[in-house]
Structure formats: structure tokens, C-alpha cells
Design a protein around this ligand. Sequence first.
Ligand code: NI
Length: 138
Amino acid sequence: MARVSVTRRVHFSAAHRLFRPDWTDEQNEEVFGDCSNPLWHGHNYELDVTVEGDIDPETGYVMDLKRLKALVHERVVSDLDHRNLNRQVPWMDGLIPTTENLVVAIWQRLAETLPQEVLLRRLVLWETPRNFVEYEGR
Ligand code: NI
């Protein structure tokens, strides 16, 4: 049986501010730069969701990508798109909304909802066309 990875790319836009409330604006600016702007700013994120599994001999699919798209939308994109990551996403509460923290939180949202026959293999989260983070659940 061949093990194959399939990937769905999704998009969302969200606002955030990177800061620690226990630091001064100057300290936050020094560490987080433009991302600590007190009046928020946004990013156009891209998220690549890769799942791995056996090819189903009946369909030839590892997983129907329409189903993966729907799951990612329901569990992740609908909560994030056009929201403020600091204020409006309960599952990001208490976390500095860096791309690193966001990708781990997204992993937890997806891992618990995928069908048994596939494994969440890898997430790649792009914050800008030049900056991305990867997470493989470790
Ligand atoms: Ni930012």
C-alpha cells in the first residue's frame, strides 16, 4: 500500500499585535518591531495543511480534498479570517500571536478533528511571502 501526502492550501487575513503587557511600549517595539504597533496591523496568511495516508483503492484518494478544505475552514479559517488574533480567537487566548504560536494552536485544532485514516503530517504557515514557519507536531 502506497503512503502518500496530500496538501490543501488555504488563505486568511487577520490582525494582531505582538506585545507583552508587562513590558513598556519601547521594550515591545525593540523586540517586536512593526508587529508591536499599538493600533494593530494585518497579515495575509497562507496555510498549507498536509495529511498522509494510504491510497483508498476504491476512490484512489488519500483523502477527498473537498472534505479537508471543509474541515480546515470549519476548525481554523472561520475562526481567524478577518479577526483580531489578540482579542477575538478564544483558542489563542493568553498566547502572543506570533506565527510560531499560531501554527501550534492550528495543529491542535486540526489534529483532533481529522478522520482516523489520515495523519496530520505538516503545517506550513506563511505570514508574508518571505516569512513562514513549519510544524510537524513535535
Ligand atoms: Ni505582524
